[in-house]
Design a protein around this ligand. Structure first.
Ligand SMILES: C[S@@+](CC[C@H](N)C(=O)[O-])C[C@H]1O[C@@H](n2cnc3c(N)ncnc32)[C@H](O)[C@@H]1O
Length: 209
């Protein structure tokens, strides 16, 4: 995981965190990858590809899993499409995230990484959550009320009604690697819809609450 994380180019455009896989936040990558591994996820759906930093990281790390991503912005989409065409486990679409979710068939062991958030644009999150039939859900930019972790407008529990138990990351948890992202850190939330998650995995209990 570390090797793929630090060898994926940071080509993200117009991003406050400077881009990189999972916003160059190794703790976020560690959490999401732990979920993918422990819950034996077969399909990953990312909303908001931007230029494909996280998509490429996931494509390299999980060559046997299907990764589906979309971006509404034509420029980002065109860039990411060219960048990702060498990965035959990636599908990328130039559509709105809610449209993508509503028009896809996916198994129960699908992980959604909801990251189609951009300042000044409508936040599709509530509709994305409503449209998900089943799966494991990771929400980026969640307000965890911790100093140094911020996002405006606040993404909070009201935005994700209709899901099961929600866990948030614990910034004080002892992770195996130091977090080197200084530009901008953000919280995340993890939940499920119609999937029984075993949140008791030792590794997951350590860094979420
Ligand atoms: C924070 S960036 C995504 C970063 C990317 N996930 C990564 O880790 O490199 C958010 C992206 O969501 C896209 N976006 C915003 N609203 C969207 C929508 N309704 N549907 C699809 N994409 C959207 C923006 O164009 C932007 O590129």
């Amino acid at each position: 995981m570390l090797k793929e994380f630090y060898t994926t180019p940071r080509l993200g455009m117009d991003l406050h965190d400077g881009g990189g896989p999972f916003g160059f936040d190794i703790h976020k990558a560690y959490e999401v990858c732990t979920l993918i591994n422990d819950m034996d996820v077969s399909v990953i759906i990312e909303t908001g590809s931007n230029t494909g930093d996280t998509t490429e990281f996931l494509a390299k790390l999980y060559p046997t899993k299907k990764i589906i991503t979309c971006d509404i912005n034509n420029n980002y989409f065109n860039f990411a499409k060219t960048r990702l065409e060498k990965y035959n486990n990636v599908e990328i679409y130039n559509v709105d995230s809610v449209y993508l979710i509503q028009n896809l068939k996916y198994p129960k062991d699908t992980l959604f990484y909801l990251d189609a958030h951009e300042n000044g644009m409508d936040l599709p999150l509530t509709k994305e959550i409503k449209s998900i039939k089943h799966g494991i859900i990771a929400i980026d930019d969640f307000n965890i009320n911790a100093p140094g972790y911020s996002y405006e407008p606040a993404i909070n529990i009201d935005c994700i009604k209709g899901t099961d138990d929600v866990y948030i990351n614990n910034p004080l948890a002892k992770y195996p690697y130091p977090l080197l992202q200084r530009a901008r850190r953000c919280g995340r939330a993890y939940t499920t819809k119609k999937v029984k998650a075993n949140w008791n995995y030792e590794i997951f209990k350590k860094f979420c609450k």
